[in-house]
Design a protein around this ligand. Structure first.
Ligand code: ADP
Ligand code: ADP
Length: 233
């Protein structure tokens, strides 16, 4: 579903590549964890999937990244938005409305769906993410884990096949992090969504991953394997 072929990214003015020699396949319906210390290039890899790299960040991408068969160099982020949903660390910066329900509906507004389809998708997503009791709540009154689930829900209502998440649990306590990670696991298992998740704390997420890609140091190629193999590196 996501394929990197010998990818390197060099930002303008940087002395060397931010990532180099990335060969990575994320099969459909798997949760792949991208792990490594801060600054190693995890966000760069995720942004190459959503097309932000190189279209919005500048710099040069060599090699090839495809998502659902689309080359991200020839498709702008807008042209990938129907296949890739992106969630960052800070859900508040992501929100554009005031209530849970409005936020889930917002992402579908440009898709031209019938109002009944939009309503059904909001209902499905509220149930899937355990948010039904919070539907009318103001986003400002939610806990961190609840906010992050709403952020995930807001990118799910367009039914993307791929979800890309950049340290979605970094601002959360362990219980809230577990809440978010089990939601992601359910998406993979129940809907066959493909998930690429970046995280610097391996222990927190490794048990949820089908496969792990470890970026050991800046500019080094990732080591890819099952969770146990990568834990042993
Ligand atoms: P991580 O997500 O693992 O912390 P990043 O991908 O954010 O790593 O960063 C990798 C390297 O690329 C860092 O040295 C960072 O400073 C640099 N970098 C990231 N984004 C940009 C950008 N838009 N322009 C220039 N340099 C960048
Ligand atoms: P519709 O939403 O019009 O029924 P779709 O073909 O997009 O049409 O979806 C069919 C079913 O697949 C939905 O009812 C839903 O249960 C499920 N589905 C597929 N992808 C997703 C997703 N990313 N998020 C939530 N549900 C999904």
């Amino acid at each position: 579903m996501i394929r990197f072929e010998n990818v390197s990214v060099t930002y303008d003015g940087a002395p060397g590549p931010a990532v180099q020699g990335v060969d990575l396949v994320v099969p459909e319906g798997e949760l792949v964890l991208l792990v490594g210390p801060s600054g190693v290039g995890k966000s760069t890899v995720l942004n190459a999937v959503s097309g932000l790299v190189p279209h919005f960040t500048g710099g040069t991408l060599r090699g090839r990244v495809t998502v659902a068969g689309r080359d991200t160099r020839t498709h702008k982020p807008r042209e990938l938005a129907d296949v890739v949903g992106t969630v960052g660390q800070d859900p508040l910066s992501h929100f554009v409305t005031d209530s849970v329900e409005d936020e889930l509906a917002y992402g579908m507004e440009s898709l031209g769906l019938a109002p009944a389809v939009m309503r059904r998708r909001v209902e499905e997503t509220l149930d899937l993410l355990g948010l039904a009791d919070l539907r009318d709540r103001s986003l400002a009154t939610l806990s961190g884990g609840q906010r992050q689930r709403v952020a995930i829900g807001s990118v799910l209502t367009p039914h993307p096949r791929v979800l890309v998440l950049d340290e979605p649990t970094s601002a959360l306590d362990p219980a809230a992090a577990e809440e978010v990670l089990s939601v992601l696991q359910r998406l993979v298992h129940d809907l066959g969504t493909t998930v690429l998740l970046a995280e610097h704390r391996l222990e927190r997420v490794v048990q949820y991953a089908d496969r792990v890609a470890l970026l050991p140091s800046p500019g080094a190629a990732p080591v890819v394997g099952g969770p146990a193999e990568v834990m042993a590196v």
